[in-house]
Design a protein around this ligand. Structure first.
Ligand code: UT7
Length: 324
C-alpha cells in the first residue's frame, strides 16, 4: 500500500474584463497579427481596480470545493503559488483561508514565478506523503497586469490575470504507475539567470513594487531546451515514457514554446491542453487554469496520464507527472 496525492477537485476564476490584442494597437507599435503569430495569444483577462490576487484565488478555491463536493472544513492546508501577493505580508494563503471561512489548519505562499504551480504541487505532495496533511488546496493565482510597463510592447502584451485551484487528497494506491495521483516530480533552478526575467523593484531593494523586465528571446531559448528535458526526467522517475502520456498541460507562455516542447517530446498537438489564446501568460495560475478548462472541455478524464511543465523567473523550472 502506498499513499498518493490524488486530485479530488479543480476550479478556476477569470476576471470579467477581457482585453483583445487589437486594444494594444491604439497605444503601442504592435498589431494583433504580430501578437498572434509570435505568441499564439489572442486575448487576456485583466483584474478590475481593487480586485486583488486573493480575491481571484478565493473564487477559484470555491469552484474547486464545489467540484470536489467538499467544504473548507474538509481541508487541512492551503498552498498558494503567486508572485503578485495583495500585500508583502501576510500571505495570500492566509487571506484565502479567511475568505473561505476556514479557521483551522495552516496556509502559506510559494514563490517560484511561472514555475510556481509545479513547485506548489510538489510541496503539497510532500505534505501528503509525510502525513502532515490529508487534503491540500493548491492554488495558482496572479495579477501580473499590476507588474506591467504598459509602454514595453515586448512584455505588456504577453501577460494576464487569473486563478486556478486543485484539491489534492491522500488516497491509497498500489505503488505502481497505474495509480491515480502524483507519480513523480522534478524541480530545477539556476540563479545565475536572474537578469533574464525579473521585477525591478522590491521591499529590501528600492521599496517599490517595480515592473517586469524580460529578455524574451533568451528566456525562449532556455524554455525550449529545459522544458522537454524536465518532462522527460519526471516521466523517467515514474517509470513511464512519452507514449504513455494522454495530455501535456504546459505553462501557457507562448504557443511556439508549447509546440516546440511537444515536438521534442515526440508528441503531437492533439495531446496538449492549450489555453494561451484566451488567457495569455498568467504565470503560476496558467497550469491550474488549463487543468480546469481542460476538464470542462472534456479533454482531461479520470485515469488520464498528465505531464505538467513550466519555466519562469529565477530561472526556475520543473515538471509533475500525475494520473488524473
Ligand atoms: O512565463 C515566463 C517565461 N516567459 C516566456 O516564456 C516568454 C519567452 N519569450 C517569448 O515568448 C518571446 O521571446 C517573445 C514573444 C517575448 C518575443 O518573440 P521573439 O520571436 O523572441 O521576438 P524578439 O524578442 O526576437 O523580437 C523580434 C522583434 C524585435 O524587433 P527588432 O529588434 O527585430 O526590430 C522586437 O522589438 O519584434 C519586436 N517586438 C514586437 N513587435 C511588435 C517585440 N514585441 C513586439 C510587439 N509587437 N508586441
Amino acid at each position: 500500500m502506498t499513499i498518493r496525492a490524488v486530485v479530488r477537485g479543480v476550479g478556476h476564476y477569470l476576471p470579467e474584463r477581457v482585453v483583445e490584442n487589437a486594444e494594444f494597437e491604439a497605444t503601442l507599435e504592435t498589431t494583433d497579427e504580430w501578437i498572434r503569430a509570435r505568441t499564439g495569444i489572442e486575448r487576456r483577462h485583466v483584474a478590475a481596480e481593487g480586485q486583488t490576487t486573493s480575491m481571484l484565488a478565493v473564487e477559484a478555491a470555491k469552484a474547486a470545493l464545489v467540484d470536489a463536493g467538499l467544504t473548507a472544513d474538509d481541508l487541512d492546508t492551503i498552498v498558494v503559488a503567486t508572485s503578485t501577493p495583495d500585500l508583502t505580508f501576510p500571505s495570500v494563503g492566509t487571506m484565502v483561508q479567511a475568505g473561505l471561512g476556514m479557521h483551522h489548519g495552516f496556509a502559506y505562499d510559494i514563490q517560484a514565478v511561472c514555475a510556481g504551480f509545479v513547485y506548489a504541487l510538489t510541496n503539497a505532495n510532500g505534505l501528503i506523503l509525510s502525513g502532515q496533511a490529508k487534503r491540500v488546496m493548491v492554488i495558482g493565482a496572479e495579477t501580473f497586469s499590476r507588474l506591467m510597463d504598459w509602454e514595453d510592447r515586448g512584455t505588456c502584451v504577453l501577460f494576464g490575470d487569473g486563478a486556478g485551484a486543485l484539491i489534492l487528497e491522500a488516497q491509497e494506491g498500489e505503488g505502481t504507475s497505474a495509480d491515480r495521483g502524483i507519480l513523480s516530480t522534478d524541480l530545477n533552478s539556476d540563479g545565475r539567470h536572474r537578469d533574464l526575467l525579473y521585477v525591478d523593484g522590491g521591499v529590501s531593494s528600492n521599496g517599490e513594487t517595480g515592473k517586469l523586465r524580460m529578455q524574451g528571446n533568451a528566456v525562449f531559448r532556455h524554455a525550449v531546451s529545459k522544458l522537454a528535458e524536465t518532462a522527460h526526467t519526471a516521466l523517467e522517475k515514474a517509470g513511464l515514457g512519452a507514449d504513455d502520456v494522454d495530455w501535456i498541460v504546459p505553462h501557457q507562455a507562448n504557443l511556439r514554446i508549447i509546440s516546440a516542447t511537444a515536438e521534442k517530446m515526440g508528441l503531437t498537438m492533439d495531446k496538449v491542453v492549450v489555453t494561451v489564446q484566451d488567457h495569455g501568460n498568467t504565470s503560476a495560475a496558467s497550469i491550474p487554469l488549463a487543468l480546469s478548462v481542460g476538464k470542462a472541455r472534456g479533454q482531461i478524464k479520470e485515469g488520464d496520464l498528465l505531464v505538467t511543465e513550466a519555466i519562469g523567473g529565477g530561472l526556475a523550472w520543473g515538471s509533475v507527472v500525475l494520473r488524473w
